[in-house]
Ligand binder design. Structure first.
Ligand code: AMP
Length: 288
């Protein structure tokens, strides 16, 4: 596995690959890799001749009071894990090269960026869309793989690729969970023992919602009320939002009639966790 740090080196390697007729699959990450990231790499292996993974903690997607400075890092372990997954190139650029002095260009996915997580993180998706565009241009990927864990991010990127005519296939992959159902996340490492126990409430609330829908409950407000009560019954939880929405437009829906998505953000101490689930009102009967 090759480790590349300079933008120009990455760009010229990508040009070489294409000249050799090879396709490039790309998995962007912020590092501190876990099994969720590795599942994207496995998908990437299938979607391109060359698999490029980036590790870059993107300052543009963190708000002023967020965790940019303390975001967990483990480059050596990450490099070992990536190598074991058969990654060809680990791209680890530095922020000075990606955002030099006088940097001033940003990508705004005007509507989608404002819903859900965009309410409490107003510049987050602008930062994500910007860095992903830059990375796509540097890595010259033919396909890019993202996790459904960050569902809004996936929808924002798909829209951006469509709107900007990017010639790149965007592939979403299912959420990888811990044995107790907690969605894997680099940020889980921040949780105290007590908060880690409470973290199961997100997936439990999502499953409770799914169960209600299967039993025939349609009203979003009723489903959200039950989910909120379940979350509040766990110590230390503070709900940021819970929403049931159209999976493409992200607009809230009042009644679950079609395939929908439910997402939430919950704070546990200083840590903000997110999770989401597919809600299918057509599948009635058995429990999840
Ligand atoms: P991050 O390093 O948190 O920016 O995530 C990099 C990529 O991994 C994003 O596409 C995430 O959606 C994806 N990802 C993170 N956690 C998970 C998970 N538990 N399951 C599947 N994909 C994930």
């Amino acid at each position: 596995m090759e480790i590349i740090r300079k933008l120009q080196d990455m760009q010229s390697r990508a040009v070489d690959m294409h000249q050799q007729g090879k396709t490039i699959a790309f998995v962007p990450t912020m590092g501190f890799l876990h099994k969720g990231h590795l599942s994207l790499m496995r998908e990437g292996r299938k979607r391109g001749d060359i698999l490029v993974v980036s590790i870059f903690v993107n300052p543009a997607q963190f708000g002023p009071n967020e965790d940019f400075d303390k975001y967990p890092k483990s480059f050596e372990q990450d490099a070992d894990a990536a190598k074991k997954e058969g990654v060809d190139i680990l791209f680890n650029p530095c922020k000075e090269e990606l955002y030099p002095e006088r940097y001033q260009t940003y990508v705004n996915v005007e509507k989608l960026q404002n819903y859900l997580c965009g309410v409490s993180r107003p510049l987050h998706f602008r930062g994500v869309a910007t860095v992903v565009t830059k990375l796509f241009n540097i890595v010259k990927a033919d396909a890019a793989i993202f996790g459904e864990k960050d569902y809004q991010q996936l929808v924002v990127i798909r829209q951006m690729a469509l709107d900007l005519n990017l010639d790149i296939e965007i592939k979403g992959c299912p959420i990888v969970r811990e044995p107790d159902g907690v969605a894997m996340s680099s940020r889980n490492s921040y949780l105290s023992e007590k908060d880690r126990k409470s973290a199961v409430c997100l997936y439990q609330a999502l499953n409770e919602a799914k169960k209600l829908v299967k039993e025939g409950v349609k009203k979003s407000s009723e489903i959200i009320m039950t989910a909120s009560a379940l979350i509040r019954s766990y110590p230390g939880t503070e709900i940021d939002y819970i929403s049931i929405f159209d999976p493409e437009t992200l607009e809230e829906i009042e009644s679950v009639e079609e395939l929908s998505r439910m997402a939430m953000a919950v704070r546990l101490g200083e840590t903000r966790l997110i999770d989401n689930i597919l809600i299918d009102p057509r599948k009635k009967g058995s429990r999840a």
